[in-house]
Design a protein around this ligand. Structure first.
Ligand SMILES: [Zn+2]
Length: 322
């Protein structure tokens, strides 16, 4: 509401109304407008102070979204660490047990990349705690994955070695089942066929016709091939991994010393040379310098039933051919 001014006129003894000049009116408008603007600015400023500017609000929203994403990342890292732990368990408690090797020491697995504080540069950041925690998880995961991949390299190496070992250790019968008349005698105390005294039989006798093929029972190298006192014509194979086999009383040898042979390869023929009372193969398995029971070394070519039969025959106290 515009103010109205009057002035007393002594001549007419009345109050005359004063009309403002154009300039005065303009000044008044400017004054009122700036006053209104000032109030408006105060109100808006107060609102901004209270609610934040639009760009601040946008940043605030973005920040909380980032925080949420960080939490999701943290959970995913935990899941990845869980999967890794499962792999480590299987590595230590399955693969390494099968391959008969030591598990990786927890000392190596849990080792920290110690020394200086690697997260110092992150400490100044907003949400530093959360960021450092995730950075630590990522570093830990990276280190564990490296150790795990090295472990798998080692396991692959062990598997190859194991394959070779399985290929080399004696694991089949030296005479085919179809060629056997019967297994004359196994490993253990037996009556000597010639001297009739009790003595230890260190091998297994397979009775078969003269000329029946004799097979190498595992991969290896011919250690000796020729006449041996008592054993007659004899072949010895060096299999490595602590194993040797001996095939005695042959009628003929078909290999030479130093020759490489494969499992199942014919190396000679059954005979009755040396101290023998009839055509048969005397077969010995040596492990780490000791003559062991060959009955435990046919696992590659016998079914469970055949194996049972073999054990029974080997245990019989039938005639020894020596
Ligand atoms: Zn014998």
């Amino acid at each position: 509401m515009r103010k109205v001014y009057y002035i007393y006129n002594p001549k007419t003894r009345t109050y005359d109304r004063i009309y403002p000049t154009r300039r005065q009116r303009l000044l008044s408008i400017i004054r009122r407008t700036s006053y209104a603007l000032g109030v408006l600015m105060l109100i808006v400023g107060g609102l901004y102070w209270f609610l934040g500017t639009p760009s601040e609000n946008a940043l605030r929203i973005e920040n909380s979204e980032l925080e949420a994403q960080y939490e999701v990342l943290s959970r995913q890292l935990d899941e990845a660490l869980g999967v890794l732990e499962d792999l480590q368990q299987r590595d230590d408690n399955l693969y390494r047990v099968i391959l008969q090797t030591e598990p990786i020491s927890p000392y190596i697995r849990k080792s920290e990349a110690g020394g200086i504080n690697r997260y110092e540069h992150l400490e100044e950041m907003a949400n530093a705690e959360m960021i450092i925690e995730n950075a630590q998880k990522i570093d830990y995961l990276k280190r564990q994955l490296y150790i795990q991949s090295k472990s798998y390299d080692e396991i692959i190496g062990l598997c190859k070695q194991n394959d070779e070992r399985l290929q080399c250790i004696p694991a089949i019968q030296p005479v085919s089942n179809k060629d056997l008349k019967r297994t004359a005698s196994g490993y253990g105390r037996r009556i000597d066929p010639i001297y009739k005294t009790i003595k230890f039989h260190h091998g297994m006798d397979f009775s078969a016709d003269t000329g029946t093929p004799v097979y190498a029972t595992g991969d290896g190298t011919i250690k000796s091939s020729g006449w041996e006192s008592g054993y007659g014509i004899t072949i010895e194979i060096e299999h490595g991994f602590g194993y040797q086999t001996r095939y005695a009383h042959l009628s003929k040898t078909q290999v030479r010393r130093g020759q490489k042979v494969k499992r199942g390869e014919v190396i000679g023929l059954v005979g009755s040379t040396g101290k023998s009372t009839g055509p048969h193969l005397h077969y010995e398995v040596v492990n780490k310098g000791r003559k062991v029971n060959p009955v435990n070394y046919y696992f590659m070519d016998l079914t469970a039933e055949e194996y049972d039969q073999m054990i029974q025959m080997a245990a019989n106290h039938g005639k020894v051919y020596d």
